[in-house]
Design a protein around this ligand. Structure first.
Ligand SMILES: [Fe+2]
Length: 369
């Protein structure tokens, strides 16, 4: 029997290659607010089951011969929708596993670094908003904040002809499971983490100011406590700063995860000092964080901004220390579900059996703007 569903990887490849496809999101609007597939259109599920005419679904025009993909939360009601659409002669497929499975989809963007011998590729987990980086120079590479399956990084390395020799995290993550240890094992690379006593598996600690080399370029660790105590940023060839959850193009990191109220206040003060230190760097450097709160389009444009722009746009950065701390603590967003379990697994370098998206469900909520 002909398959009526499509795997996440296949839809990902279609969107990346620009193949025309209409993605119909049949979830209730409240779920869609949390996250969605870029370019998808929201339609009422019931209306989808009763297309008024073959060329229109719930008011959405479908060009003749257009491929439709229906998406729901877990890939069940979208199957019913697809059956109804097919009865009307519409070429429809259901996204297998729904948005939960889509949480693992990824796309790429190259970061423009003129004059550098480093190449930075941003690997984006589009649904979840996790950003990881491959820093490559002279055929060797470091992966920073690995957040998609190790196979993805190995596939990119094979396609572009380099070898992954270092795997690095900016901090112990609380909102997604780090794939760094698993990736390092797959490619026999060294794991580097900021100096700290939280991670219980073997790693090479990086102290404040310490560097390592990737091909012809130097990557320097800067200890930047605040979001977490151990958080570090990595300065690549003096041109780009991989900031983890410390600084975003339009926001700063939250200081409260896995912390008491007193610890969160202390971390907020530390974040202030950290951000003052970062503000002293050249305004031309790229600020490249490890998360974004919006689903990432298949547009090949890197998520990031020059430091000068960030300093102009993030209002909190212009405040004095006390007002910064009060503003930050007054705007703490909802805590990500399962974050304590995720922290525990990341401290142990463990990856749970089965489907990781159960623990990682939901949009990212790391930033405060
Ligand atoms: Fe984080």
């Amino acid at each position: 029997m002909e398959s009526i569903d499509i795997e996440v990887d296949a839809l990902r490849d279609w969107l990346e290659s620009g193949r025309p496809v209409t993605v119909l999101d049949i979830r209730p609007p409240i779920q869609r607010e949390e996250w969605s597939i870029p370019g998808s259109v929201s339609v009422d599920a019931q209306a989808t089951m009763r297309p008024s005419a073959p060329a229109t679904i719930a008011g959405v025009p479908i060009p003749p011969g257009q491929q439709v993909v229906a998406v729901c939360a877990q890939g069940k009601s979208s199957l019913l929708a697809v059956r109804a659409l097919r009865e009307q002669g519409i070429q429809a497929l259901s996204l297998r596993g729904g948005m939960q499975a889509w949480s693992l989809a990824w796309n790429l963007a190259d970061v423009d670094l003129p004059g550098s011998r480093a190449r930075i590729i941003q690997v984006r987990r589009t649904g979840k908003g996790c950003l990881s980086y491959i820093v490559e120079s002279d055929g060797v590479a470091a992966v920073v904040d690995a957040s998609v399956d190790p196979d993805v990084y190995l596939r990119i390395a094979a396609e572009r002809g380099f070898q992954i020799t270092h795997v690095v995290d900016t901090h112990i993550h609380a909102d997604h499971l780090s794939r760094s240890r698993a990736l390092a094992e797959r490619c026999h690379a060294e794991v580097l983490l900021p100096e700290q006593d939280r991670a219980t598996y073997p790693f090479r600690p990086l102290a404040d100011g310490e560097s390592f080399e990737i091909g012809a370029v130097r990557i320097q660790a800067l200890h930047t406590p605040g979001h977490t105590m151990e958080s570090a940023c990595y300065l690549v060839d003096g041109r780009a700063l991989l900031t983890g959850d410390t600084l975003f193009p339009g926001a700063v990191g939250r200081p409260d995860l896995a912390a008491s109220a007193e610890q969160a206040r202390k971390r907020a003060h530390m974040l202030y000092a950290t951000l003052r230190k970062i503000a002293q760097l050249s305004p031309d450097i790229w600020i490249l964080p490890c998360h974004t709160s919006q689903p990432i389009p298949f547009d090949g444009k890197a998520c990031g901004a020059r430091l000068g722009e960030v300093l102009r746009h993030v209002e909190m950065l212009t405040a004095g220390e006390e007002s910064f701390v009060e503003a930050l603590l007054g705007k703490i967003p909802e805590t990500p579900p399962n974050h304590l379990e995720i922290v525990r697994l990341n401290e142990h370098g463990e990856f749970p059996e089965g489907d990781p998206t159960r623990l990682e469900a939901g949009a990212n909520r790391c930033a405060i703007s």
